[in-house]
Design a protein around this ligand. Structure first.
Ligand SMILES: *[C@@H]1O[C@H](CO)[C@@H](O)[C@H](O)[C@H]1NC(C)=O
Ligand SMILES: *[C@@H]1O[C@H](CO)[C@@H](O)[C@H](O)[C@H]1NC(C)=O
Ligand SMILES: *[C@@H]1O[C@H](CO)[C@@H](O)[C@H](O)[C@H]1NC(C)=O
Ligand SMILES: *[C@@H]1O[C@H](CO)[C@@H](O)[C@H](O)[C@H]1NC(C)=O
Ligand SMILES: [Zn+2]
Length: 662
């Protein structure tokens, strides 16, 4: 077994140990075959993560390194600071920042990915800067390997057994150590579940307020600002807020939560279309346009106002934080500037909030409305402004300031929509993708990922912050979305379908991919609450966190995140240790900067195992953290030892019999 950092810090608790040589419960040859396959899959993920400057667990990295010395790229994770070079000081003006000089770079999309050239001459000579990224052919071949692994028989039964073992081991652990764990929590002064930091790791900004809040807000605007000009009517004349309400035959007094009708209900189960209609208050797209859009006739003023109210609530609660998703659609290149102008002009900022940019997968809609010619145009609209502002911030000053607070990209839409094509070597390149058909999920993600890599290299060279990819993945639809997520995403939202693929679930465990789950939202949409796999994932040690997703549709109170925790605790009888562990996970997988996380979790938080846990801040007992880490090491050593044995046999006589003996 490899050494552990600070191995001397070992808490005392009752350990569950399995004795004997072979503890996997499958035939030796199956163990070897499965292990080799798992190692292969993990090294694929590591490659994609390190290329994109995204994180990968250090322990898994060390194990990988021990079996394939020299073949790995630079170590990931060790230099967390590097990935977040900019920690904007929380001065009076968070949008104040330094402007670097025009770098004089040129850029051009090549095969769907933006290339950067040192100058005009390099562009003419076709000599781009060397920003390595996995080329299309490489991605497709890795994808094929992953597909083959997923359907491998021994691998399936092996993973299934290991997951069952992990569940049982956790049950025994709780049985034996529950009292110790809660006693050690009581020993920590001041800290309890209410004052540990928690991050709502997945919320859509347009529905981050609850229905009552939205109602109150609308009423107060109608009452106090009836003369605000808010839109243009059918005849092209400006309309005031009061006129809009008159035209709808509504008065502020009449308006009720029932009339607003934004809450998900029984009718939305498995009906994403109906669910999306719920985004429109009173079923009126005009009200949505006026109140919850950043880009409308009054410059998104109302949306900024209500968002600031929500953020004030977060600040007041102090320990709750959120990562809100704002949309960039890719219909035009001016979207970024408008969004940044909205944020900066209305001063939409809070120390408790980080932004993610969600890109809906709606190429087919824009294409059929003639908004874009081909998929490349959509990519250009999304990425070109980002490369321009990286080259010369003065070209988009507000965007430059806004990007400091953006931590990454999300990919959203209904995953259960049918995909008629697979992403393979016959798929057209983005510039040739001009049909009305929507590209498949993997296609969207690959091109987003490749462009983000190029952008990250470029931004790092310019000393600017970089971005991660954290898509919605595995909520519904085909399971292979989770393969794409495993290869390309730093962490994901939902991951519900992992429960249907033991191999993938086990891999998500071994790579400790963060999963933001929203059991309440999925209760309304796809999966009844008690069948949600969150508890199972947590007990097995997957890195899961709780998030609220759409408080406007699902929640009732002013603290939607607490509502999530509270319901989860009631339904699944979670202990305070479990809740604090979920909260710690949420901080860990969030996009808050390194400095902030250090402040919240302790100076050593990037260390793994007990050494990285500061109980006086996380309120998670060392016993729990120790248990998780020891279990994790045990799993990895099981797999890697049998691979090493395999490799050794190979070296000795270059030939191995089925059971690895000569
Ligand atoms: C509003 O009410 C008036 C009179 O009650 C009615 O004539 C009109 O059709 C209504 N308009 C709408 C949009 O319901
Ligand atoms: C889970 O809930 C989110 C939030 O709306 C939704 O977008 C997603 O489709 C749901 N997925 C499942 C599988 O329930
Ligand atoms: C998830 O993404 C964030 C960046 O947004 C990163 O800091 C964090 O380490 C990731 N978590 C995991 C478990 O990969
Ligand atoms: C962090 O690690 C250092 C060195 O291992 C140790 O001296 C220090 O006490 C640790 N700090 C906390 C808060 O655990
Ligand atoms: Zn969502």
């Amino acid at each position: 077994m490899l050494e552990v950092d600070d191995a001397d810090i070992v808490p005392h608790f009752q350990r569950v140990a399995i004795s004997g040589e072979d503890t996997s419960g499958v035939p030796l040859e199956d163990l070897r075959e499965a292990s080799v396959a798992l190692v292969k899959a993990l090294s694929i993920r590591e490659k994609y993560m390190s290329m994109a400057m995204q994180s990968f667990p250090r322990t898994t990295h060390r194990f990988l390194h021990s079996v394939q010395k020299g073949t790995l790229l630079r170590p990931s994770r060790d230099s967390t600071d590097l990935y977040h070079p900019i920690n904007p000081p929380s001065t009076n003006d968070p949008f104040q920042c330094d402007f670097i000089q025009d770098g004089g770079f040129r850029m051009k999309p090549v095969g769907g990915v933006m290339y950067v050239y040192r100058d005009e001459e390099a562009l003419l000579n076709n000599q781009p800067l060397d920003f390595p990224y996995p080329k299309l052919a490489e991605f497709l071949s890795d994808q094929n390997i992953m597909f083959a692994l997923m359907s491998d028989g021994p691998m399936k039964s092996f993973s299934f057994r290991r997951l069952a073992y992990l569940s049982s081991k956790y049950k025994l652990h709780t049985l034996l150590n529950e009292l110790r764990e809660s006693a050690s929590q009581k020993e920590v002064p001041h800290r309890d579940f209410y004052n540990v930091r928690k991050v709502d790791t997945h919320v859509h900004a347009s529905s981050c307020m609850n229905q009552k809040h939205l109602l109150r807000f609308i009423k107060s605007k109608v009452k106090h600002r009836p003369d605000d000009l808010v839109c243009k009517g059918k005849d092209g004349a400006e309309m005031s807020l009061l006129q809009v309400f008159e035209s709808l035959n509504l008065s502020a007094y009449d308006l009720s939560v029932d009339m607003l009708d934004v809450h998900a209900d029984r009718n939305t189960f498995h009906r994403f279309d109906k669910f999306n209609a719920k985004y429109n208050p009173v079923g009126e797209s005009r009200l949505r346009e006026i109140f919850i859009k950043t880009d409308n006739y009054n410059g998104g003023k109302y949306f900024a106002d209500i968002l600031k109210e929500v953020m004030d609530d977060l600040e007041e609660s102090k320990y709750q934080n959120a990562e809100y998703r704002l949309s960039i659609y890719g219909r035009s290149t001016s979207e970024w500037d408008k969004l940044a102008k909205w944020a900066v002009d209305h001063h939409v900022y809070s120390d408790n909030v980080r932004w993610l940019i969600q890109v809906p997968r709606l190429y087919d809609v824009y294409k059929s409305n003639n908004l874009v010619k081909n998929f490349q145009e959509l990519l250009d609209n999304i990425f070109l402004p980002l490369f321009e502002v990286t080259n010369d911030p003065k070209t988009h000053p507000q965007l430059h300031a806004f990007l400091n607070h953006v931590s990454g990209f999300d990919s959203v839409d209904d995953e259960s929509k049918a995909e008629n094509t697979m992403f393979d070597k016959d798929s057209p390149l983005p510039e040739n993708w001009a049909s009305l058909e929507n590209p498949p999920y993997a296609y969207y993600l690959y091109y987003m990922y490749a462009n983000i890599i190029s952008l990250n290299h470029f931004r790092r060279e310019r000393g600017l912050n970089t971005f991660v990819l954290r898509p919605h993945c595995g909520e519904a639809g085909p399971i292979h979305h989770l393969i794409t997520g495993f290869m390309l995403a730093e962490n994901i939202s939902h991951g519900l379908l992992l429960r249907k693929s033991p191999v993938l679930e086990y891999l998500y465990y071994l790579a400790q991919v963060g999963i933001a789950m929203s059991p309440l939202s999925n209760n309304s949409l796809f999966l009844n609450y008690h069948r949600n796999p969150l508890l199972e994932y947590l007990s097995r040690g997957l890195l899961v966190s709780l998030s609220s997703d759409d408080p406007l549709q699902f929640h009732f109170t002013k603290e939607p995140l607490m509502e999530e925790y509270s319901i989860a605790a009631q339904v699944w009888k979670l202990s305070s240790v479990d809740m604090c562990e979920l909260a710690r996970n949420s901080v860990f997988m969030s996009g808050f900067t390194h400095l902030v996380k250090r402040h919240w979790l302790g100076p050593n938080y990037t260390k793994e195992g007990v050494a990285g846990n500061d109980m006086s801040r996380s309120n998670v007992p060392d016993i729990r953290v120790g248990f998780r880490f020891e279990t994790f090491l045990e799993e990895l050593s099981n797999i890697f030892q049998s691979v090493k044995g395999f490799a050794a046999d190979m070296n000795e006589d270059g030939d191995v019999t089925a059971n690895g003996q000569k």
